[in-house]
Design a protein around this ligand. Structure first.
Ligand code: GLN
Length: 188
């Protein structure tokens, strides 16, 4: 079986490269018909969450993907993908754009400022030491429900979390030369 990568906008090619390095086949999701192709896991890449959410709805993929995630399909969501998964957005961020909303977290968009919001950190994540973290106009997780496991914090802010089969990270593991986050996902 293959891993589906949402390929309507954003940094999906880099995810495919990392997954190929780990021997995983990828299926690109560009239109509703692609949902019929065989895949048993899903990556939601970084990019622009409002654009991705609108495209998911316009292309007729929103409901189908939500159902697959709710059925327990392992899902890795990075940056904008984390925003798509979040059940709630901070009130000032919520313009009602379509989202999947399957994970019991509250996300804060562009949490580090609009222009100067890119930086690098290296810290423990999911018990793994020194995970490199590239943040690009990143969100953070402002609140989690008890069903959500916090995996990492940077400057006291939650930047990675897991709820059942959903793994959400505010940074871009696909842009760093470290495959551990993708490995963690493939073990789910
Ligand atoms: N700021 C973007 C958003 O709100 C996310 C940035 C990213 O994915 N690198 O969707």
């Amino acid at each position: 079986m293959a891993c589906a990568v949402l390929a309507v906008q954003g940094a999906f090619i880099e995810h495919e490269q990392r997954l190929h390095e780990l021997g995983e086949d990828c299926v690109e999701l560009r239109q509703a018909a692609d949902l019929a192709r065989p895949f048993d896991r899903l990556v939601l890449p970084g990019g622009e969450s409002t654009v991705q959410g609108k495209l998911l709805e316009e292309l007729g993929m929103l409901e189908g993907l939500r159902a697959r995630i709710e059925d327990g399909m392992p899902t890795l969501a990075t940056c904008a993908g984390l925003i798509l998964l979040a059940r709630n957005l901070a009130a000032h961020d919520d313009r009602g754009t379509p989202r999947l909303g399957t994970m019991n977290i509250t996300a804060e968009r562009n949490a580090y400022g609009r222009q100067l919001g890119s930086f690098h950190a290296q810290t423990e994540c999911a018990g793994m030491p020194d995970v490199p973290m590239t943040f690009i106009r990143a969100p953070y997780i402002a609140k989690v429900e008890p069903s959500v496991e916090v995996l990492s914090r940077v400057d006291g802010r939650i930047v990675a979390a897991r709820e059942d089969s959903q793994l959400a990270v505010a940074f871009h593991p696909e842009l760093d030369d470290d495959l551990r986050m993708h490995q963690l996902f493939l073990q789910m």
